[in-house]
Design a protein around this ligand. Structure first.
Ligand code: MUC
Ligand code: MG
Length: 390
């Protein structure tokens, strides 16, 4: 029995290295909701939820996530047995509708707590790792062509990334297509390119876009049209020469089942937050694989904690046909964890330590904590150097 004693949350705003421009929002910082769960015997588990600029992407924001966990999750799970994550998630889904990002952060902290209590990595609790690293692409979204080239060159030279996803949909179809054609011409066979429209096109634009971007040298188009247009996605999938990937449309196992049945995409993005947690994401992976959909390991631009959680799950999956985008920590100007995640040779190394394999650096957390979030009752065992409340 790993009895849960406390569930605490705080919001931390971490500046990004550069503005990240997408169809629906421009981000200059990432707001991370940290969830800290302690057990009666003093062990600590951490989780993280991030959204894309407030509630611009999903109907949750850092503020709603924190409020929901404080008001409704903490009283429910306090006293429960963390060694039974399925039972806890079942209780949460009975008591709380939706709120997948909040649930994912809580589930992550529970897995971390169990892993740390048993001294095994979370991947071992999820069936066991079948790989030690996952390939990671980078998203070009600076909004400036020269800056995109410079960024891509640097990342190639560092052997960080050789696959690039470009955020489009803010300009006209012709301008976006020209942008990609020029990137492809510049990098040649040194890099591969995809685009993410983030629902920015209408169906007819998308039909033209598939042809135009295939000619421009892109290999995949992510979420070209509205998230609820499953039939439209299926029609594009049937006619497109290049791969269509479904992302925002997937918000859990049920939706994954519908999308797989409809073949609304050649590939599907697996995001633990959109799924509603690691168990739900595992179910989505199983449904997609059973239906012969290709997998992609997605992100909600989490920092190192949420990224480590995705990595622990993805470590148990033999093949991501379209790689992963677990680059969130690299976009942040500072790291909230003591152990930095290791990126090398175009891959993220799966953290090997107990639990998620990362722990919070409380000096950094308190430096970036949003006003009013400190003082915070820092659990002693989460950071041997910070035995006092900040
Ligand atoms: C998305 O739609 O893929 C993930 C990476 C990125 O640049 O944006 C997010 C969301
Ligand atoms: Mg996307």
């Amino acid at each position: 029995m790993i009895k849960i004693r406390t569930v605490q949350t705080l919001i931390v705003d971490v500046p990004l290295k550069r503005a990240h421009m997408m169809t629906m929002a421009v981000m200059e910082r990432q707001s991370c909701v940290l969830v800290v769960i302690t057990s009666e015997d003093g062990e600590v588990g951490i989780g993280e939820a991030t959204t894309i600029r407030g509630a611009a992407y999903v109907p949750e924001s850092p503020e709603t996530i924190k409020t929901l966990i404080d008001a409704h999750v903490a009283p429910l799970v306090t006293g429960m047995d963390a060694s039974k994550p399925r039972a806890i998630m079942a209780a949460l889904s009975k008591a709380i509708v939706g709120n997948h990002f909040a649930k994912c952060a809580v589930e992550t902290a529970i897995w971390d707590l169990v892993g740390k209590s048993l001294a095994v990595p979370v991947s071992a609790l999820l069936g066991g790792a079948v790989r030690t690293a996952v390939p990671v692409l980078w998203t070009l979204a600076s909004g400036d062509f020269g800056a995109d080239i410079e960024e891509g060159e640097k990342l190639l030279q560092q052997r960080r990334h050789n696959i690039f996803k470009v955020k489009i949909g803010r300009r006209s179809l012709a301008e976006d297509c020209d942008w990609i054609a020029r990137l492809v011409a510049h990098f040649g066979d040194r890099a591969r390119f995809r685009v993410d429209v983030n629902q920015g096109w209408r169906f007819l634009d998308a039909q033209r876009g598939c042809r135009m971007f295939a000619d421009a040298g892109a290999e995949l188009i992510e979420q070209p049209i509205a998230r609820d247009d499953i039939e439209g996605l299926a029609m594009l999938t049937r006619s497109s020469e290049i791969a269509i990937m479904t992302d925002e449309a997937i918000n859990g196992p049920q939706r994954m089942y519908e999308i797989t049945r409809a073949r609304a995409g050649h590939a599907v993005s697996i995001k633990i937050a959109q799924a509603g947690g690691l168990l739900a994401a595992r179910a989505m992976i199983d449904i997609a694989q059973t239906g012969h959909m290709d997998l992609y390991g997605g992100t909600m631009l989490e920092g190192p904690v949420g990224t480590a959680a995705s990595a622990q799950l993805f470590a148990t999956v033999p093949t991501f046909r379209w790689d992963t985008e677990l680059f969130g920590p690299l976009l942040q100007r500072d790291s909230l964890t003591i152990e930095p995640l290791i990126y090398k040779d175009f891959e993220l190394q799966i953290p090997q330590g107990p639990g998620l394999g990362v722990s919070l650096d409380w000096d950094k957390v308190s430096a970036y904590a949003r006003e009013g979030q400190m003082p915070f009752d820092i659990p002693a065992r989460s950071n041997e150097g910070a035995l006092h409340a900040v």
